[in-house]
Write a protein that binds this ligand. Structure first.
Ligand SMILES: Cc1cc2nc3c(=O)[nH]c(=O)nc-3n(C[C@H](O)[C@H](O)[C@H](O)COP(=O)(O)OP(=O)(O)OC[C@H]3O[C@@H](n4cnc5c(N)ncnc54)[C@H](O)[C@@H]3O)c2cc1C
Length: 417
């Protein structure tokens, strides 16, 4: 079968990889000049298989006034004259209850555990050099109430197969001594030894290389803007680009935050909205002053991962539309927070600042598989804050469904409408 994958971010590449391994003739198309040049470029680098709880949780209602007004809030919502933003916001608020959050966590864990095995397997099988480490992850809490809630979640997650431990403040410091600078702020933390970290951009480059070589022979078309998905008689026949039409037997949409725009003319309106985030890539100048374990500062929603000789710092979730520009007050906040946490980790002369748009759904569940209206149009979208973590599992699911096989995990809550 001729399969056309739209988008060369981590989700599109993962889907293409499994489609090619299934023996399909695969083309990957992207408007940019290479792989991983949008949201998959300099993300947090965390392969966060166990820590998947959604942003939409029952605590949100209490935090909402701060999100709307506080300049230093980790989440920022600036209302715009944009019906898509309001519709997303309403669905997000509707998902902020314990029942939905627990159901989402269960579904995401199923997908993330599948992804963990497939990501590790691909890195090993293809020899992908992507600064991969079984780093473990320590989520530290400043707020004792939030720590209590996190401890309760450990019990739920343990019952679902996650290996996690609650730590006191002192135990957090002995697990990760470089946290000494913010010890006064810490109430305790949750340690997940089995989490990984890697550079997403390099993982994508490795997948591309694997697909170009061997007997996979995937065709990459860069600098090609997909302008319209063409459907005739209830089936997709291909995609129109500036350079002409590319025909295919099946099309997989994996264009991240750009996906909604192309699906709308077909009457498909997945609840996708960009959540803007920022990252820094700091060259580590004092080894012992930078964390070895991946650290998440839960109240600030900032993540730290050691990637090669650098420390990746990522944070902020800003609901401000399709705008990749830097808001300097947000960048400044991230730099201040990173400096406060690990002041001697770098000399602060090189920050490598970056912004990316997380393709987010209100519940945090991605949307995977064939659409009802057009059965040979497949979606692989909506991976939000966990796209690197979930890409390989999602790609496997999409490839299986495209081939007419059963998905390897239960699909409740994950399928396309
Ligand atoms: C600050 C930040 C930190 C993050 N940290 C983590 C983390 O630690 N762990 C984790 O698991 N996830 C993390 N994420 C989320 C993760 O980066 C994303 O979920 C993931 O990169 C989404 O991948 P994607 O392939 O769906 O989208 P993208 O990487 O954005 O790829 C979409 C591709 O589609 C192409 N495209 C779009 N429209 C068109 C068109 N019309 N024609 C042709 N091509 C088109 C784009 O050029 C792009 O290459 C983070 C995100 C951000 C922003």
């Amino acid at each position: 079968m001729k399969a056309l994958v739209l988008g060369a971010g981590v989700t599109g590449l993962a889907a293409a990889y499994f489609l090619a391994r299934d023996g399909h003739a695969v083309t990957v198309l992207d408007r940019r000049s290479g792989v991983a040049l949008e949201s998959s470029h300099a993300n947090g680098g965390q392969l966060s298989y166990s820590y998947v709880a959604p942003l939409a949780d029952p605590g949100v209602i209490r935090k909402l006034p701060g999100w709307l007004t506080d300049r230093d809030s980790p989440v920022r919502f600036r209302p715009r004259l944009d019906p898509a933003q309001w519709a997303w916001g309403m669905r997000f608020l509707a998902a902020c209850n314990a029942r939905t959050a627990d159901a989402t966590t269960r579904r995401l864990l199923r997908l993330s555990f599948l992804s963990r095995d497939l990501t590790r397997d691909a890195i090993e099988r293809e020899g992908i050099a992507c600064d991969f480490r079984r780093a473990g992850k320590l989520v530290v809490h400043a707020d004792p109430a939030a720590l209590d809630a996190a401890r309760r979640l450990v019990d739920l997650q343990r019952s679902l197969g996650s290996e996690q431990r609650a730590l006191t403040r002192d135990e957090c410091l002995s697990a990760e001594p470089s946290l000494a600078g913010i010890a006064h702020r810490l109430a305790g933390g949750i340690l997940t030894p089995g989490e990984d970290a890697a550079e997403c951009r390099l993982f994508c480059a490795g997948l591309e290389q694997a697909m170009r070589g061997g007997n996979l022979g995937v065709d990459f078309r860069f600098g090609a803007d997909a302008r319209q998905i063409l459907a005739v008689g209830g089936r997709v026949i291909g995609v129109a680009t500036e350079a002409g039409v590319i025909e295919a037997d099946a099309v997989v949409v994996a264009m991240g935050a750009g996906s909604a725009r192309l699906l709308a003319p077909l009457g498909l309106r997945p609840p996708l909205y960009p959540l803007k985030g920022y990252s820094l890539t700091l060259p580590v100048t004092e080894d012992a002053a930078a964390p070895r374990i991946s650290v998440t500062d839960a109240s600030r929603k900032v993540v730290y991962a050691r990637l090669g000789k650098t420390l990746r710092v990522a944070g902020m979730a800003d609901l401000v539309g399709h705008d990749p520009r830097f808001d300097l007050s947000r960048l400044d906040l991230l730099v201040r927070q990173a400096h406060e946490a690990f002041p001697r980790a770098t000399d602060w002369r090189t920050l490598n600042p970056w912004t990316g748009l997380r393709p987010a759904t209100p519940t945090a569940l991605p949307i995977l598989g064939p659409t009802r209206a057009l059965p040979n149009l497949h979606l692989d979208i909506g991976h939000g804050a966990l796209g690197f973590t979930l890409a390989m599992g999602s790609g496997r699911v999409v490839a299986d469904l495209l081939a007419g096989r059963a998905a390897p995990i239960a699909m409740d809550g994950l399928g396309a409408a």
